[in-house]
Design a protein around this ligand. Structure first.
Ligand SMILES: CC(C)(COP(=O)(O)OP(=O)(O)OC[C@H]1O[C@@H](n2cnc3c(N)ncnc32)[C@H](O)[C@@H]1OP(=O)(O)O)[C@@H](O)C(=O)NCCC(=O)NCCS
Length: 154
């Protein structure tokens, strides 16, 4: 049984490792070498002190997906923007990303947000389309990482 609950401080290291490992497995070829290194320098628990990492991850809206005590998914953002969405590869395609984004959108709506934006990885565009987002720009490459700006009205 997968549980979705709010992110808490004790999840910090596990969430950061999930972000690094899932990005490495699925999105690595979307980034330049320096883009990937910059990413590691901002989220890898070996490179960022714990309190700094916690403050970075602890956004206004942040939920984790848990299976048997283990973090297997994360969504976090401002709430006007999704900053990160990652699901462990073994758990992808089972509706967990959809549940996490659903929780994010519900929370954003309650906070009075009118539309939610995301910088989608190339890989995640079909996922976000299935979640009702539309591209607002062509392919961009900020920070050495390929992405599309997308938006969904609430
Ligand atoms: C993007 C990601 C979070 C999706 O999570 P997931 O748990 O596998 O997605 P779900 O199983 O909840 O899929 C939800 C819907 O999206 C669709 N979908 C997901 N990936 C898809 C793909 N590659 N192509 C087409 N449709 C896709 C599913 O079919 C499903 O549609 P449905 O509700 O109509 O059945 C996951 O693939 C991931 O972590 N990818 C790597 C990291 C990444 O790119 N994150 C985004 C950064 S912005």
């Amino acid at each position: 049984m997968i549980e979705i609950r709010k992110f808490s401080k004790k999840d910090t290291t596990e969430v950061a490792l999930l972000m690094v490992n899932v990005y490495k497995e699925f999105n690595r070829e979307e980034a330049t070498k320096s883009g990937w290194e910059d990413y590691l320098n901002t989220v890898h628990p070996d490179k960022v002190p714990f309190e700094k990492l916690y403050n970075k991850l602890n956004k206004a809206v942040a939920f984790v997906a848990i299976d048997r005590g283990k973090v297997i998914g994360i969504v976090r953002g401002t709430p006007e923007r999704i900053n990160s969405l990652f699901v462990n590869g073994k758990y992808q395609g089972k509706g967990i990303g959809k549940k996490l984004v659903g929780k994010f959108l519900d929370a954003a709506k309650k906070l009075g947000v009118k539309d939610v934006r995301v910088r989608s990885s190339v890989l995640a565009v079909p996922f976000y389309k299935a979640m009702g987002f539309k591209k607002t720009t062509g392919l961009r490459n900020p920070h050495g990482m390929k992405m599309y700006n997308m938006k969904r009205l609430l």
